[in-house]
Design a protein around this ligand. Structure first.
Ligand code: SF4
Length: 285
């Protein structure tokens, strides 16, 4: 057992962790699963995070910043907690009405572990079974979302936001090496659209783009329902939404400055009329 594992999971009441690739996994119980939103998610009512931590472990991930423990924060991507009683807790939630739910704000509901747990699927099935269905936006980088097209089609107010961060897989690998290739994500978007599901394309954070015109044309041809973008957030404060320092340094080394982002954004915006910068593109359905 590595030092990281011993430190992360050294809680006697927890079951022995399992491992998926470089990610150590354990189950936890939670008291609530729908968390009232604020800040950049203020247009939603609740966030819904089936997991704590994220096996994708993108080096720019702002969610890592919210982890209070230094060891875990620095080992972002190497641990995930499965909210084992999430479905039970969600089922107890009454009077949800047509609440606006963002799934997920600090994890990816379709990270590799989901292939084994089917936890996100079970939560969405529950929401689809409700007489009065909430309004759901799923945010993911995981093509695994297409596995659940049968469930997604049953949700009347749904949009799946898929993050497509650059046009070059070599660049993608430097920032988010554990995520699916750009091509697989584009293919997932095509499958979702073919199934009649609304899709948002999130170029967020926008990583260096090699050929903005060709990229914009590829994205426009997907005929997505929304397009959103955003640059890295910078924050020196803990527990604030800020991009990881390794990614900030890498972007600097690659000359990916805010002004280059702005120039690239303007080129893409000219070719995609529905394009939105910042929060509006991520808003509720
Ligand atoms: S997929 Fe999202 S939540 Fe997971 S590490 Fe990447 S940015 Fe963070």
């Amino acid at each position: 057992m590595s030092t990281v594992q011993a430190t992360l999971f050294d809680l006697p009441s927890q079951p022995v962790p399992t491992q998926l690739g470089r990610t150590f996994v354990r189950s936890i119980e939670v008291g609530s699963i729908l968390i009232p939103t604020k800040g950049r998610l203020a247009d939603y009512d609740f966030s819904l995070n089936p997991y704590r931590g994220c096996g994708f472990g993108c080096n720019y991930c702002y969610a890592a910043n919210f982890v209070p423990d230094d060891v875990r924060r620095n080992a972002w991507g190497e641990w995930v907690e499965v909210k084992a009683n999430a479905l039970q807790v969600l089922s107890r939630q009454r009077d949800l009405g047509d609440a606006r739910i963002y799934m997920s704000s600090v994890t990816d509901p379709y990270q590799p572990l989901e292939a084994h747990t089917l936890l996100s699927r079970s939560l969405l099935e529950h929401l689809a079974d409700r007489r009065e269905q909430p309004r759901v936006v799923i945010q993911t980088r995981g093509p695994l979302v297409t596995r659940d097209i049968d469930v997604l089609r049953r949700l009347r107010h749904l949009r799946v936001n898929v993050s497509v961060t650059t046009d070059r897989d070599e660049i993608r690998k430097r920032f988010e090496p554990s995520c699916a290739s750009i091509e697989r994500r584009l293919d997932a978007i095509r499958q979702l659209k073919q199934a009649g599901i609304k899709v948002g394309v999130c170029i967020s954070p926008m990583l260096p783009i090699d050929d903005p015109i060709a990229f914009a044309r590829t994205l426009r041809d997907l005929n997505a329902d929304r397009y959103a973008t955003g640059y890295f957030h910078s924050s020196d404060r803990l527990f604030a939404s800020g991009t990881g320092p390794a990614a900030m340094q890498l972007a600097k080394d690659m000359g990916w400055t805010r002004s280059r982002f702005e120039r690239t954004r303007q080129i893409i915006e000219r070719l995609i009329p529905k394009f939105a910068d910042g929060a509006p593109g991520f808003g509720p359905e």
